[in-house]
Design a protein around this ligand. Structure first.
Ligand code: HEC
Length: 102
């Protein structure tokens, strides 16, 4: 019992320490539609509503960093904060991979 608990804890710690995998662009493309990003940022992130930023073709590092700032509230924007709040780490990586490839 005790040994297995220790093994389980070590296994979990290993998972947490595993570096995040590069995003999956196909999953990102689906999330881009499903999460409603397309409604404001346009097809492929390139035809945004006036004054909304073009995000298609920007570097993946930039996209994920900005999304994480909105998630943490470090970048305060009343439109994007609720959008980013619904994303998990995998969503962010996938969306960044998809958008960077546009
Ligand atoms: C309701 C409209 C709307 C939706 C939906 C929306 N965004 Fe945004 N997004 C904005 C606006 C407006 C900004 C600019 C915010 C600011 O000025 O800080 C922005 C900014 C961004 C930025 C930063 C771009 C830059 O150049 O700094 C990223 C990345 C981004 N959005 C990604 C997404 C993703 C991914 C989704 C879907 C999960 C999404 N957005 C959904 C309106 C929207």
């Amino acid at each position: 019992m005790r040994t297995s608990a220790i093994i389980a804890i070590l296994a979990l710690a290993g998972l947490i320490n595993t570096p995040l995998q590069a995003g999956d662009a196909d999953a990102g493309a689906s999330a881009y539609m499903a999460k409603g990003c397309v409604g404001c940022h346009g097809a492929a992130g390139k035809q945004p509503i006036a004054n909304y930023p073009v995000i298609g073709g920007k570097p993946a590092d930039f996209i994920s960093a900005e999304l994480n700032k909105f998630r943490k509230g470090e970048r305060n924007n009343p439109i994007m904060m609720p959008m980013a709040a619904g994303l998990n780490d995998a969503d962010v990586a996938n969306l960044a991979a998809y958008l960077a490839g546009q």
